[in-house]
Write a protein that binds this ligand. Structure first.
Ligand SMILES: Cc1ncc(COP(=O)(O)O)c(C=O)c1O
Length: 375
């Protein structure tokens, strides 16, 4: 006998397939053109994307790279960070922010997060500055800008470089200025799941500083100054032509996608407002976030997550363990309890589905499932 039960559709965490569908003809044509040109590493498609992305960010230069991790790494080098220097950053981020500091032999110095923005708490930075501090690196976490005005002011006072880790914040604005243009240099990731994602790995550095951009361009290509002349220790951090071609097509849709993410966030806000136990994020009045992640909080996060799973709703946790408590950073000597806001968020944070084609009905499914938790 045939079953009459209809399968419950999963609410995905992210739906790249639907997002890409209307663009696939253009993307395939652009990929074909890179294949025809045989400019697979760097080349005209990368240069074209670099120009478009610099314009988008409102910066003079963009240097296309092979990942966001490489972008943070080169941003730090260009800002003059040296072995033994200290870089003030957040303990609540994707680990790459700190890897890049460590690759240089510099030391991450953590400051707790602001509980509203989930980003570096500007008010706590000054007490972490020492004679070794060289730079401050805020992360615009989940697509919400860090409070940059006091950070930049303090950095100028203490002669520190400001490096934005904008890997999650393509198109986000702070006081009407685009993230990536707010400090001295910024790093972006184009990992496929990002608001602007490649069809593989990619990243970029943006800056107004022509000297730093030139150095990043050389460093990504084995630090060549002229063919076979290696000016310093270099890297192979080149962007692929195919990734640049995909990114150029997708960049034209970014504002539209971010706009829809804002609508989705609005629906969540309305529908979760009076659901007991759940705390939706509360953006500040000076930010236009781009909702890379919709990060709610709940005291019984793991049980709620299992409940959502039973209701065919995908979710994520970004991030369950702050960096100061990661085994890889045990040598820094931080103890549990040092950064209470970061640690509380790590216990309670729950990433709900969020993507450009998400429907109001899907948001309602998520909200209803949360409402039915524990009832
Ligand atoms: C805040 C942050 N910084 C850096 C990176 C590194 O980017 P990639 O994965 O492209 O190396 C990511 C990527 O997830 C990120 O979220």
């Amino acid at each position: 006998m045939q079953s009459t039960a209809t399968a419950v559709e999963t609410v995905p965490f992210l739906d790249l397939k639907t997002m890409h569908a209307p663009l696939m003809a253009d993307i395939r044509r652009e990929i074909d053109s890179v294949i025809d040109s045989h400019a697979f590493a760097l080349g005209p498609a990368v240069e074209q994307f670099e120009r478009a992305f610099a314009d988008y960010c409102g910066t003079k230069h963009c240097v296309g790279l092979n990942s966001g991790t490489s972008a943070v790494h080169l941003a730090l080098i260009c800002a003059g960070v040296q072995p033994g220097d200290e870089v003030i950053t957040t303990p609540f981020t994707w680990i790459s922010t700190c890897w890049a500091i460590s690759y240089i032999g510099a030391v991450p110095v953590f400051v707790d997060i602001d509980p509203q923005t989930y980003c570096l708490d500007a008010a706590q930075i000054e007490q972490a500055i020492t004679a070794k501090t060289k730079a401050v690196m805020p992360v615009h976490l989940y697509g919400h800008p860090a409070d940059m005005e006091p950070i930049v002011k303090l950095a100028r006072e203490f002669n520190l470089a400001v490096i934005e880790d904008a890997a999650q914040a393509h198109g986000a604005c702070y006081q009407r200025r685009t993230c990536g243009s707010l400090g001295d240099v910024a790093a972006f990731s184009f990992y496929p799941g990002k608001n602007l994602g490649a069809f593989g790995e990619a990243g970029a550095v943006v800056t107004d500083n022509a000297e730093w951009a030139d150095r990043a361009r050389a460093l990504r290509d084995h630090a060549q100054e002229g063919r076979h002349n290696h000016a310093e220790l270099g890297f192979n951090f080149r962007m692929d032509g195919i990734q640049a071609a995909v990114l150029s097509v997708k960049l034209r849709r970014l504002d539209q996608w971010n706009g829809h993410r804002r609508r989705v966030a609005g629906w969540y806000e309305q529908q979760l407002r009076d659901v007991s136990g759940v705390f939706p994020p509360t953006p500040t009045e000076w930010a236009e976030p781009v909702w890379h992640i919709y990060a709610a909080q709940h005291h019984e996060r793991d049980a709620l997550r299992a409940h959502l799973n039973e209701h065919h709703i995908q979710s994520g946790v970004h991030y369950p363990k702050p960096i100061h408590l990661q085994p890889a950073y045990a040598h820094l000597g931080y103890r549990k309890g040092t950064f209470p806001e970061a640690e509380a968020l790590a216990r309670r944070q729950l990433s709900l589905p969020m993507f450009p084609d998400m429907t109001e009905a899907q948001v309602t499914r998520v909200a209803e499932a949360i409402r039915s938790f524990g009832t």
